[in-house]
Design a protein around this ligand. Structure first.
Ligand SMILES: [Zn+2]
Ligand SMILES: [Zn+2]
Length: 369
């Protein structure tokens, strides 16, 4: 007889209260569901926003939406990953818990699953209904949730390095359109989204990549990932300062400005730094509601295009693995993961991310074993 598995979960019971570790039995997978043992869970800025109560949550929830794990059991109908590759016990997989419904206007008419309103099932409900969250020993990937096998030659750290930021950036870059060889790119923000954007812009042939951000550890990593120069927020503390510093490096502004700061004020600053004929890509304001001042005449007279981009589509999760496999030996992708925590220390992980200490933090439930 098979022994009943139990697993721990780090549960946010209420905003601003320390995460609690709950242990409960783990049901075996049925149908086409897949049960995985979590190897690494990325700690995302969004998790910190949940912790602060900035995103509504009607009940207790398990945090974490960036995961790498090993398949421990496949439901009887689960035979492949989301790309049709054969799946077996022991395979390592990467998932971001998005589950497009394929029965809505966005999914079927727009053919843009990133806009599917039903793709985060049960996200804000009871933790027993969010089995695919990643701050846990075992996650259950329900039928239809996007996940892909990670090739054995590719380190988990290289895939989770930027967390959900890399699929988000790959999607955004697609919406931006081509980066022409030699384009001058300015990235606002040096968190995981900013660093992912820096890397992709550099790999796409940008002539210059200037990154505005902090702290120094993140700016150093930005340079190792392809930034040609950086502007330190701690040195250039005012908007006027940063605009002057950026203009000194890029006379006339940047052909492409990428907003990855997550701060409303970045928008006004960014619009002033777009060159004539340039483009402004907005990626980081997903959880930054509010309004801001803008001079529309500049958009008009300078032929500026402003492009928004939310979340990602399944192919961007797949391409994140491809990028990691292709570049992990020549670029310091694994070193982006700077902080590791056990599951019992999930609270410390959240707090460290809130203080912007790590470049990227991960929770490794197996660390305590
Ligand atoms: Zn849909
Ligand atoms: Zn994330």
């Amino acid at each position: 007889m098979q022994q009943m598995r139990t697993g721990r979960r780090a549960v946010l019971v209420e905003p601003n209260k320390p995460l609690e570790i709950w242990e409960s039995p783990v049901d075996p997978p049925t149908g086409a569901d897949v049960l995985v043992a979590v190897e690494m869970a990325g700690v995302c800025g969004t998790d910190y926003h949940f912790y602060l109560g900035e995103v509504p949550m009607p009940g207790p929830m398990v945090l974490g939406h960036e995961g790498i794990g090993r398949v421990v059991e496949c439901g009887p109908e689960a035979t492949t990953d989301s790309a049709g590759n054969p799946l077996a016990k022991g395979d390592r997989v990467y998932w971001v818990p998005l589950k497009p419904c394929h029965r809505c206007h966005a999914c079927t008419v727009l053919e843009d699953t990133s806009l599917c309103p039903n793709q985060s099932p049960g996200r804000f409900r009871d933790p027993r209904l969010t089995p695919f969250a990643t701050y846990t020993d075992f996650a259950l990937l329900p039928n239809g949730m996007t996940f892909f096998k990670v090739p054995e030659d590719t380190p988990s750290e290289a895939v989770i390095a930027f967390g959900c930021a890399m699929p988000t950036v790959l999607h955004a870059m697609e919406r931006l359109g081509q980066i022409r060889f030699g384009d001058r790119v300015l990235v606002q923000g040096a968190g995981p989204v900013g660093l992912a954007a820096t890397l992709v812009a550099s790999l796409s042939g940008a002539g210059e990549v200037v990154v505005i951000g902090a702290p120094a550890s993140r700016l150093d990593m930005a340079k190792r990932l392809g930034a040609t120069s950086t502007i330190d927020l701690d040195v250039h503390a005012t908007s006027a300062d940063r605009i002057a510093a950026a203009r000194e490096i890029m006379d006339g502004g940047a052909d492409i400005v990428i907003e990855a700061a997550g701060k409303l004020a970045a928008f006004g600053e960014g619009t002033q730094l777009v060159a004539r004929g340039g483009r402004y890509l907005i990626v980081g304001l997903w959880s930054a509601p509010g309004t801001t001042m803008l001079e529309p005449r500049k958009i008009n007279n300078d032929n500026v295009r402003i492009i928004g981009s939310a979340l990602s589509r399944p192919r961007h999760i797949f391409k994140t693995i491809q990028l990691a496999q292709r570049y992990h030996t020549q670029l310091p992708l694994t070193e982006v993961v700077s902080h590791r925590f056990g599951l019992e220390d999930a609270q410390s992980a959240i707090e460290a991310v809130g203080r912007h200490e790590p470049i990227k933090a991960v929770i490794q439930p197996g660390m305590e074993a």
